[in-house]
Design a binder for this molecule. Structure first.
Ligand SMILES: NC(=O)c1ccc[n+]([C@@H]2O[C@H](COP(=O)([O-])OP(=O)(O)OC[C@H]3O[C@@H](n4cnc5c(N)ncnc54)[C@H](OP(=O)(O)O)[C@@H]3O)[C@@H](O)[C@H]2O)c1
Length: 249
């Protein structure tokens, strides 16, 4: 069976690159984007590169109706969907301290990075469970700021912490209830994109190298149910002092 993936926020950055790499591997691509013009432009670029099995789907995390409609479209036309990549995300203000945020600002980031992804899982779970599906979520290591004080983006971090908890909790529930869907998180490390103002440096990867990390983890045959893994496929755990510790699986 041909693999079919839906990737949110796939008009640019990591999402677009993963769509491109999987498309070149012969996967069928549902390219999620909130803006039609940006989505169709991305589809056209892939088609010009020879990736022909690609279609834009409107998915806007600020409008949950678009998620419901996308799920209806997939149910009608793409019921063989077997992989969802929850990629769309926003950073919020990466620099100001948490105590300067107001609730509205914080909620905007959590709406996208947590509720948007949760809504995707809810909407697409019925289809994915029919296809022994998988859900890969793009995330970051929460707690990093304690070991690296230079990385302390409050809204980004709190929203991704909720996402990581969702992955772990849903993974446990799927296992307990024999739901044949695997959910896991990938922390690919720093990748140069618009999200970080295209910052570069010794710890940053190009989007092409970062996309390959994600694609390789998706295709390596491992099962990462309920885990949040780093770029080497190692599950990240937090010790009792809340510092990040990587443990071999
Ligand atoms: N870059 C890194 O170093 C890094 C590291 C770890 C994890 N990640 C995660 O990887 C994911 C992709 O990040 P990126 O670096 O590729 O960022 P990016 O280049 O800024 O792309 C973000 C994508 O998300 C979309 N998006 C934003 N808000 C949305 C909404 N309300 N509804 C639907 N789509 C929305 C954007 O669409 P528009 O073009 O319409 O704005 C865009 O397609 C994020 O979840 C991020 O947290 C990134």
């Amino acid at each position: 069976m041909k693999n079919k993936v839906l990737i949110t926020g796939a008009n640019k950055g990591i999402g677009f690159e993963v769509a491109r790499q999987l498309g070149h591997l012969g996967w069928s691509i549902l390219l999620g984007a909130r803006n039609e013009q940006r989505g169709q432009k991305a589809v056209k670029i892939l088609q010009e590169e020879g990736v022909n099995d690609v279609e834009w789907l409107k998915i806007d995390f600020n409008n949950l109706d678009t998620i419901a409609r996308a799920a209806e479209t997939v149910r009608a036309n793409h019921s063989d969907l077997n992989v969802l990549i929850n990629n769309a995300g926003i950073p919020g203000d990466m620099h100001k301290p948490g105590y300067e945020f107001d609730v509205t600002e914080l909620r905007e980031v959590i709406d996208v990075n947590f509720y948007g992804n949760f809504a995707m899982v809810k909407a697409f779970l019925p289809i994915l469970r029919e296809n022994n599906g998988r859900i890969l979520n793009l995330t970051i290591p929460i707690g990093t700021s304690l070991s690296n004080p230079n990385f302390n983006p409050f809204a980004y971090k709190t929203s991704k912490a909720a996402l990581n908890a969702m992955i772990q909790s849903l993974g446990a529930s799927f296992k307990q209830n024999s739901i044949p869907v695997e959910i896991f998180g990938v922390m690919p490390g720093g990748i140069t994109t618009d999200l970080n103002n295209n910052s570069t440096g010794p710890f940053m990867k190009t989007v092409s190298a970062g996309g390959k990390v994600i694609v390789d983890l998706l295709l390596n045959g491992e099962n990462y149910q309920g885990q949040v893994i780093n770029e080497w496929g190692v599950s990240a755990e937090y010790d009792t002092k809340y510092s990040l510790k990587s443990e071999p699986r």
